[in-house]
Write a new protein. Sequence first.
Length: 162
Amino acid sequence: MTASPENPMPLQPLADYTAMCFQANATGPLLMGEAFSPLLRKSIATPRIISVSSGAGSIASRLNPKGPGAAIRAPWYRASKAAMNMVTACQVADYGRAGFKVFAYCPGYTVSNLSAMNSAENGAKPTSQGAKPIVRMVDGECDEWHGRFAHENGDELGEYGW
C-alpha cells in the first residue's frame, strides 16, 4: 500500500486496512494470550509468549530520524505493531508474576508477503534466519530477554525502546 502526505489514501480503504492491521497485530495476540494462558499455566515447562513485532512499532525508534525504517511511513502498520508491543508489555506485567517468559521480537527485514519490497532481490533475509532467535527463546536460551523488545542483530540480540 503506497500513500504519502502528498498522496493520501482514500479514507474508507485506509480505515479498513488500519482495522485489519490492528486485528492481526494487536487484537489477535491479545486474544491468543487470554485463550491459551490457562493451558500454559498447566505446562510442566516454563510458559512462553513470543510476539513477532517490528522495529516499525517502536515509538522511540519512530521519533529517531535515523531509526529503523525511518523512511517508511505506513502509520497503519506502525500503530498496529505499537499496539502489539503494548499487549506484550501488559502480558509481561500480568503473566510474568506467574513465571511466564514473555518477549517481543523483531526478526528484521525478512522475506514476506507484507509488500513487494520484502523480497530476497531487495535484500530481505530468509525467514529461517529471522526465526533462529525465536527458536532460542522457545528453548529457554534467551530468558534474560524476558520483558524486553529484542531484535535480530547478526549473531546477537539487540534491543529497541518500546
